[in-house]
Design a protein. Structure first.
Length: 319
């Protein structure tokens, strides 16, 4: 019998809805809340239970997971009017799976701890296709006892799970990895455009990069939907810029003369002005296509990414 069999889940966006679905597939009793009620329909049809407010959700669960788009929204959910901090007790564990600010997770943890509520941060990385398959990676930080309590649940959601130490470490590492992914996206657009202008077949270019020292996770995933023309990675321009700005905040904090991140901030800010907040992050490559009067299309690439591997047993990465 599962110790924590009733789980509350707040935030059912592109990634959150897929993580929540993994809990249903693992036979947990799931209680969900999203401000956009349309996002709850699929999960309710699969057996999830709807909660109309945070009080209802807290009363019915011992684990509460949040997966939200920004630090401001996380703060509102935790400490806003009728936020969950009003209703959690010492029996609750809050697992924060959003990409958030390290200062905020520490501040909110102190608030929750005053109620006796324990906290773990556990942002995910690897794309929504791996969130759907249950093979996403999870970066976890917080007390070891909380990690041990949460591991049976996290192992159903992801494959490679790393305990990163104290609270704030996982949030910082997630911001760092998202920053690196955005750098890679920009450089891949330029690299593929050079190949296009040189009249190298783009499928050949894709595989040449794939087998080379220039290969990366971003190339093997996002390059495919760029070459297809769908650009569909399920990650939007505003979220990419949020993460770059969180990285900038860290470089400013430590007085690191980071020039690349400032340039990326400018590029994505211009991209949002051109395509809008909710445009797919890969649309930043479209801007280069338009400037060069070229398109980076090639046949044989998927419209959407799909993890073809079945769910792997979740493991803790130890070294």
């Amino acid at each position: 019998m599962k110790k924590d069999k009733n789980i509350g889940f707040i935030g059912l966006g592109n990634v959150g809805s897929k993580i929540a679905n993994r809990l249903l597939l693992s036979n947990y009793k799931l209680f969900i809340y999203d401000i956009d009620k349309a996002k709850t329909k699929k999960l309710l049809n699969k057996g999830a239970n709807n909660c109309n407010n945070f009080k209802d959700l807290c009363l019915k669960t011992s684990i509460i997971i949040t997966c939200l788009p920004s630090p401001n929204i996380v703060a509102e959910v935790i400490e806003g009017n009728n936020g969950i901090s009003k209703y959690t007790t010492k029996s609750h564990l809050w697992i924060e799976m959003s990409t958030t600010d390290e200062h905020e997770i520490i501040r909110l943890t102190k608030k929750m701890n005053r109620k006796g509520t324990e906290v773990l941060e556990a942002p995910v990385t690897g794309g929504q296709h791996r969130a759907e398959s249950g093979n996403i990676s999870i970066l976890v930080a917080g007390k070891r006892k909380n990690f041990n309590r949460a591991f049976p649940i996290l192992s159903k959601l992801g494959y490679q799970i790393l305990h990163c130490g104290k609270l704030g470490n996982a949030s910082t590492l997630k911001v760092v990895t998202n920053y690196l992914a955005s750098i890679n996206l920009l450089s891949l657009g330029e690299a593929l455009m050079v190949c296009k202008k040189y009249n190298i077949d783009l499928k050949t270019a894709y595989h040449a990069i794939r087998i080379s020292s220039g290969n990366s996770f971003v190339h093997e995933t996002e390059s495919q939907v760029i070459l297809n023309g769908s650009y569909d990675v399920g990650f939007t321009m505003d979220l990419a810029l949020k993460d770059i700005r969180l990285f900038d905040k860290l470089t400013d904090k430590f007085k690191i003369p980071a020039e690349i991140s400032k340039l990326m901030n400018k590029i994505f800010t211009e991209g949002i002005k051109k395509y809008g907040d909710r445009a797919l992050s890969t649309s930043i490559v479209r801007s280069l296509e338009e400037k060069c009067n070229e398109n980076l299309r090639s046949r044989g690439f998927p419209k959407k990414l799909k993890d073809t591997e079945s769910k792997k047993k979740g493991i803790e990465i130890k070294f």
